[in-house]
Design a protein around this ligand. Structure first.
Ligand SMILES: [Zn+2]
Ligand SMILES: [Zn+2]
Length: 138
């Protein structure tokens, strides 16, 4: 089990079984929401406990993005009925989680170059197999 919290501490999260690895997304929505790229590690809903007030925003009809209404810290991205994709930095334990894939890799800002031999999945390849927003902005 790992424990995490937002910047102000109002939101506390406990996550049980999960794969200790992260992915990164450079799609237009994630870039705008985070500042440059979204990182996440996945956990099934049954493994998650959240305490404290959380607000969510739906940028698309099939997913929510959650944040702390007091301090604004981003908490997770979650497709409806999908696993949570938690912001790694909430959890001190996630410091050691390796990056295992990048999606929308061909859309990354020049200031975000991630090292390693992980798969780099293009927008076209990702959108062939996953829900997405048509016309993702440049
Ligand atoms: Zn907070
Ligand atoms: Zn994204």
């Amino acid at each position: 089990m790992v424990e995490g919290h937002c910047l102000c501490g109002s939101v506390r999260i406990e996550v049980g079984a999960h794969r200790p690895e992260t992915s990164a997304c450079h799609c237009g929505l994630c870039r705008r929401w985070t500042g440059a790229a979204q990182w996440g590690f996945e956990a099934e809903a049954g493994e998650v406990r959240v305490a404290g007030e959380v607000r969510t925003y739906r940028a698309v009809p099939f997913a929510e993005r959650a944040f702390c209404p007091a301090c604004g810290t981003h908490l997770w991205l979650r497709d409806d009925d999908g696993p949570y994709e938690f912001v790694p930095a909430l959890f001190d334990a996630a410091r050691a989680y390796p990056l295992v894939r990048e999606v929308y890799a061909d859309r990354a800002f020049a200031c975000v170059t991630l090292s390693g031999d992980h798969p780099r999945i293009s927008r076209a390849d990702y959108e062939r197999d996953n829900p997405h927003v048509e016309g993702d902005t440049p």
